[in-house]
Design a protein around this ligand. Structure first.
Ligand code: COA
Length: 155
């Protein structure tokens, strides 16, 4: 799990901001997608695509001039799909104070480089009780996600 994990650090500049002078939600989601893609690529060593983005709550704003820190790690590897958890923190450059501003769960699917069809990914090795507990929660999220997928397909 640790080998594929990534940390991405971004200085928040004025061109990342919304009209309130804080980091634009869409930009956060773009960065979350990229951080999760790095994890999915590292784990599968295959081309990957984003299949689903779970609900993302924005708990606190990130101000222009602060640093945004995105930590992404694999929480579930199924046949061809992978769930990646991405935590987004802000860091004040003057005080060093850090704050959780959001968490997202993103599903990526690995593709065969030739056929571009979903292809199997390596198993996720669970080493600690914490990892096993997180994996159990990820299985439940996957169940709910696939139910939503089925419901969307019907409507
Ligand atoms: C994701 C995609 C490859 C799945 O293809 P598909 O023909 O539906 O394939 P399958 O039904 O066999 O699903 C493949 C895997 O994706 C998972 N999956 C597909 N849609 C999903 C969704 N909405 N939520 C969660 N998982 C999903 C399936 O559960 C399956 O997982 P598993 O192999 O681990 O059991 C296809 O829907 C696609 O190409 N979507 C567009 C991706 C894209 O353009 N993303 C944005 C740019 S990167």
């Amino acid at each position: 799990m640790a080998e594929s994990a990534t940390e991405m650090t971004q200085m928040v500049l004025p061109h990342h901001a919304n009209v309130h002078g804080t980091l634009l939600g869409g930009t956060v989601m773009h960065w979350v997608d990229l951080a999760a893609a790095v994890v999915a690529n590292r784990h599968s060593r295959r081309p990957v695509v984003t299949a689903a983005f779970d609900e993302m709550a924005f708990l606190a704003p990130v101000m222009v001039g602060q640093i945004a820190i995105l930590r992404a790690r694999l929480t579930l590897a199924d046949r061809s799909s992978m769930e990646i958890r991405v935590d987004v923190d802000s860091e004040d450059v003057l005080t060093g104070e850090r704050r959780r501003t959001g968490t997202a769960f993103v599903t990526f699917v690995a593709l065969d480089p030739v056929t571009r069809r979903p292809t199997p990914v390596p198993r996720l090795l669970l080493e600690t009780d914490g990892e096993r507990a997180e994996h159990a929660q990820a299985l439940e999220r996957r169940r709910q996600r696939l139910e939503r997928r089925k419901a969307h397909a019907k409507s």
